[in-house]
Design a protein around this ligand. Structure first.
Ligand SMILES: Cc1cc2nc3c(=O)[nH]c(=O)nc-3n(C[C@H](O)[C@H](O)[C@H](O)COP(=O)(O)OP(=O)(O)OC[C@H]3O[C@@H](n4cnc5c(N)ncnc54)[C@H](O)[C@@H]3O)c2cc1C
Length: 549
């Protein structure tokens, strides 16, 4: 064990690991990038994290910066769960539910808690957190908050932002703060504190008043986007009445402003029974017209897959996923929509689903309306078949997460879908398309071989043109996932120079020594991305090297 590792091990209750294999494992996350860390820590308590942050701060003061990257399961697709310094992994010991108040629907948890385990506990009380990522069996609550995750039900229920009540956060100098709403008077007191917390309140207040015009302009020019995780949610910290809440700042901040050590989440009532309509279309524009109208019925899910998904699975697995579901006369549709209603009252659900079924009949070639949970599972398996694309690996070629998560204003969905197909043709890659049609948040993965120089160059060029196109549409390059490290070179292009500068100043105030996930969300160039790019890609195994408890 090196000197730094031995020092830390003697000061914290958790475990410090510095072996070559474990470091190699933690050098990757769910992205195409790789960075070798110096050591890995499994903290046991907030106090351990406080000491680690204090230690990094002191090293930086002596001119030896040591980056800190906090990590859950490391599924991040933007290269934000890797770093060259200390990886602070919360999944070993800081993964418990601490308190559940079913009356107030509040649950207090540690950041390393597995999202699905929490959800299963909440289900037994008739509650849930509606904004769960598709891969929530491999997501921690901390990672989902730091990425402001969203998913199948976010069209109706919003992103993680709507479900975080309060946070406990360790700041870059080791100070521990609690977030939550404070009055204008309390804000003035906080601003007078000679601490990093005081500095943070001063920075938030000052930056919002200095840059309110640019921040407002960005918000209003992107107001049509239902998901947008670029930058920081600075503007949401100050209310009109002068009250302040730092909570929004840390949601979607990807571990760059502080380390979340405890969370109070607001759960909602869970309705297990739903009404569902699935419709097929022989023309993408017809599907988009249906989506435009369906949104007004407030479905909890409005999802799509395109023909590319069906064709891919037919070619790759030799399976026709439509068999036994649709009449043969339907053939292979250009797109399929999945529309679900989860209103608590069954008559309301049925009424909305019937209206949806009638509405899609104007555009669709066929539709199925069902309340039967078994049939619904079969229908959802069509949407879930996209997992076969994400996990696809053949030889050293794999589905790359480089343009997997962009969003445009819903009014531009048809143009966006057509442009994606054109880019696929231009770059000679088949781009199957699926996603959250109601939010115009589209997923697509090119299959390329990172061991080949030509494919690496193609990946970079395709990503560059795709992200610029999304920005040109007035969209966001970070819808559910974030810009992280991979898309950081494009962030200022989307936000504008003044907003980017305001966020850089915010970060400087929170983290003057640039210890917290440096290079994530900003300060990474395309040149650096090329050097960090892995020469292989496979979806990593997310739970190796855990201590035996
Ligand atoms: C196949 C696949 C499907 C996905 N589907 C979705 C989806 O449907 N919706 C969606 O939103 N995302 C999705 N993602 C992205 C990602 O999985 C989610 O954002 C997930 O919630 C991240 O959880 P994690 O525990 O893996 O976080 P990690 O990857 O470990 O970390 C994510 C970020 O959060 C930071 N972080 C982690 N813990 C803390 C903490 N305690 N304090 C401060 N910062 C912290 C990390 O530094 C990093 O920047 C998907 C990824 C993959 C690979």
């Amino acid at each position: 064990m090196n000197k730094v590792a031995s020092y830390l091990q003697s000061h914290i209750a958790g475990d410090v690991l510095a072996g070559t294999k474990v470091k190699d494992y933690y050098s990757r996350d769910g992205s195409i990038l790789s960075i070798m860390p110096s050591l890995i820590v499994y903290p046991r308590t907030t106090n351990d994290i406080r000491k680690i942050a204090r230690f990094a701060w002191q090293l930086a003061e002596k001119g030896h910066p040591m980056p800190l990257t906090v990590r859950g399961y490391g599924t991040d697709t933007s290269g934000a769960a890797i770093g060259s310094g200390i990886i602070v992994s919360t999944i070993a010991y800081m993964s418990r539910i601490l308190e559940l108040d079913t009356k107030q629907k509040l649950v207090r948890v540690q950041p390393g808690l597995n999202f699905r385990s929490l959800q299963e506990t909440l289900y037994t009380h008739g509650l849930f957190i509606p904004s769960f990522p598709a891969n929530h069996q491999y997501s921690t609550i901390g990672g989902a908050i730091a990425n402001n995750a969203s998913g199948l039900k976010s069209l109706k229920y919003g992103t993680m932002r709507s479900y975080v009540d309060k946070l406990e956060v360790v700041l870059s100098n080791g100070e521990v703060i609690q977030t939550g709403k404070i009055s204008k008077r309390e804000l003035e007191k906080k601003k007078g504190l000679a601490t990093l917390e005081g500095e943070l309140y001063r920075a938030v207040d000052g930056l919002i008043s200095d840059h309110y015009k640019a921040l407002d302009e960005y918000d209003s020019s992107h107001a049509a986007l239902m998901r947008d995780n670029i930058g920081y949610n600075l503007n949401a910290c100050l209310m009109k009445d002068g009250s302040c809440d730092l909570t929004p700042l840390f949601i979607g901040s990807q571990g760059t402003l502080g380390i979340i050590t405890e969370v109070i989440l607001k759960a909602r009532v869970y309705t297990p029974t739903t009404d569902m309509v699935v419709a097929t279309f022989d023309n993408i524009n017809q599907m988009v017209s249906a989506v435009d109208e369906l949104v007004s019925l407030n479905p909890c899910s409005l999802e799509m897959i395109d023909r590319g998904v069906i064709d891919f699975i037919k070619k790759d697995r030799g399976v026709n996923i439509l068999q036994d579901i649709f009449d043969e006369a339907v053939g292979t549709p250009e797109a399929i929509l999945f529309i679900e209603f989860d209103d608590e009252k069954s008559h309301k659900r049925a009424k909305l689903a019937k209206r949806a079924d009638k509405l899609v009949s104007k555009y669709a070639t066929a539709s199925i309306y069902t309340k039967d949970p078994e049939q619904q599972d079969i229908l959802w398996s069509l949407r879930d078949s996209t997992g076969a694309i994400v996990a696809h690996e053949k030889g050293s070629a794999a589905a790359l997460p480089i343009i997997e998560d962009c969003v445009v204003p819903p009014a531009r969905l048809a143009e966006f879908l057509a442009s994606i197909k054109q880019l696929g043709t231009k770059y000679k890659v088949e781009l199957a398309i699926w996603g959250h049609a109601g939010d115009a948040n589209i997923h697509t993965y090119p299959i390329l071989d990172l061991s080949k120089l030509g494919d690496r160059q193609r990946a970079m060029k395709l990503m560059d043109e795709y992200l610029r196109m999304v920005i040109g549409f007035g969209g966001s390059i970070a819808a559910e996932n974030n810009e992280g490290r991979l898309r950081a070179p494009y962030a200022a292009l989307q936000m504008g120079a003044e907003v980017a500068q305001a966020y850089a100043d915010l970060r400087k105030a929170c983290d003057p020594h640039d210890s917290l996930n440096p290079g994530v969300k900003a300060d990474t160039s395309l040149k650096q991305i090329v050097t960090l790019m892995r020469k292989e890609f496979s979806v990593v195994r997310f739970v190796d090297y855990l201590p035996r408890l």
